[in-house]
Design a protein around this ligand. Structure first.
Ligand code: PLP
Length: 405
């Protein structure tokens, strides 16, 4: 077993060697510009981009021409929200989103508020869920867009995207989903789920960083966007700029592999997560943030009647009677993520945990474990041991913290 152990796969993932192999030639031998129409270098690059577009479209049941490549999901979220808001300004100025969205969505909505748009930030229940009926009641005749994520990056909550999509379609409101965390990890189908716009990124699915895409529905209903970047008219005018061919090729291959391996990988991740949770929850005062873990059979399949309400690789725990900052510093050779974001000098508890109603001290003392493709049982056992040691040591060293609870 090699140290340090990486268990933060909701933040980013390493590039799969099969992906690297596919994309490397496009840096050197096959370096053409996909927009060069009059020589073989351009044609070769264009063909590679076409194939990747096909692979990504397939992974969400879209058609190739509905995929617009961007620099990542932040740009994709921005393009969806700003693009629709500005294009349909005459129709209305109201947008609906959720309190637990990623900042790529929240900050964009806040920005639009300054431009005179109205935004409703729907609250969640204690598991991070937003229900279709909440969306229905929030829609007014001024609503032009609903933006709700497929799965949450901190607590793994999987939204009922299909049901929310149906409400939006019925009401004639466009529906965008930030599908970053769920894409190629849980089933996602823009047709069946009635999604009109979807943002995805390669680096969460073992592809390279700096490449993402926006799905833009082309018919029934057709979505039109005002672009953010103007220039040569690439990507049907929605996103100008020379295409990142190696990134795109890597993204396509990453989606193809992840889609193919999804059932097996989900079972493996559910088993590892169960082992991690069972190990750590032997400690006292550990609370699970987000949806309950599903009952599974020995091979990791969902037990009958169980529904996947949480990303298979996600575990988020809070530890009572522990100082948050000390907890973070306690993990030496294990890469996990904390429930606090360091903003300037102060440690702000995560807006997601806050929205779920987790008290500030517990939100501070929380850890997100993100299991991924190459984590092993041995690593899980090591992380259990490391967590138990850190928490027990901190509780011993700072008995005062106990008194606060
Ligand atoms: N949306 C969600 C839910 C994410 O987890 C991330 C990742 O950080 C992003 C958007 C931003 O993606 P990118 O890093 O490709 O800009």
């Amino acid at each position: 077993m090699n140290l340090p152990i990486y268990m933060d796969h909701q933040a980013t993932t390493p590039v799969d060697p099969r992906v690297l192999e596919a994309l490397l030639p496009y840096f050197s031998k096959s370096f053409g510009n996909a927009a060069s129409r009059n020589h073989v270098f351009g044609w070769e690059a264009e063909a590679a981009v076409d194939e990747a577009r096909h692979q990504i479209a397939q992974a969400m049941s879209a058609s190739e021409k509905e995929i617009v490549f961007t620099s990542g999901a932040t740009e994709s979220d921005d393009l969806a929200i700003l693009g629709v808001a500005r294009m349909y300004r005459q129709k209305g100025h109201h947008i609906i989103t959720g309190q637990t969205e990623h900042n790529a969505v929240l900050d964009t909505c806040r920005f639009l508020e300054k431009e005179g748009y109205e935004v409703t930030y729907l609250p969640t229940d204690r598991y991070g869920e937003i229900f279709p009926e909440q969306v229905r009641s929030a829609i007014t005749e001024k609503t032009i867009l609903v933006s709700l994520m497929l799965a949450n990056n901190e607590v793994g909550t999987i939204h009922r995207i299909g049901e929310i999509g149906s409400v939006c379609r019925e009401k004639g409101v466009f529906f965008h989903t930030d599908a970053v965390q769920g894409f190629c990890k849980i089933p996602f189908d823009v047709e069946a789920m009635r999604v009109d716009l979807a943002s995805v990124t390669a680096h969460k699915i073992y592809g390279p960083k700096g490449i993402g895409a926006l799905y833009v529905r082309s018919k029934s209903p057709r979505v039109r966007l005002l672009p953010l970047i103007h220039g040569g008219g690439h990507e049907r005018g929605m996103r100008s700029g020379t295409l990142n061919v190696p990134g795109i090729v890597g993204f396509g291959r990453a989606a193809e592999i992840a889609l193919q391996e999804m059932p097996e990988e989900s079972r493996r991740l559910r088993r590892l997560r169960r082992r991690l949770y069972d190990g750590i929850s032997r400690l006292e005062d550990v609370t699970l943030n987000g949806p309950a873990l599903p009952a599974i059979s020995d091979d990791g399949s969902l037990a009958s009647g169980e529904v996947e309400r949480r990303l298979p690789g996600n575990l988020n725990l809070s530890f009572g009677h522990v100082d948050g900052e000390a907890l973070l510093l306690g993990f030496k050779d294990v890469a996990v993520s904390s429930g606090s974001a360091c903003t300037s000098a102060s440690l702000e508890p995560s807006h997601v945990l806050k929205a779920l109603g987790v008290a500030d001290d517990l939100a501070h003392a929380s850890i997100r474990y993100g299991l991924g493709r190459w984590n092993t049982e041995e690593e899980v056992d090591y992380v259990v041991k490391a967590t138990v040691e850190v928490v027990e040591r901190l509780r011993r060293e700072a008995p005062l913290a106990r008194a606060r609870h």
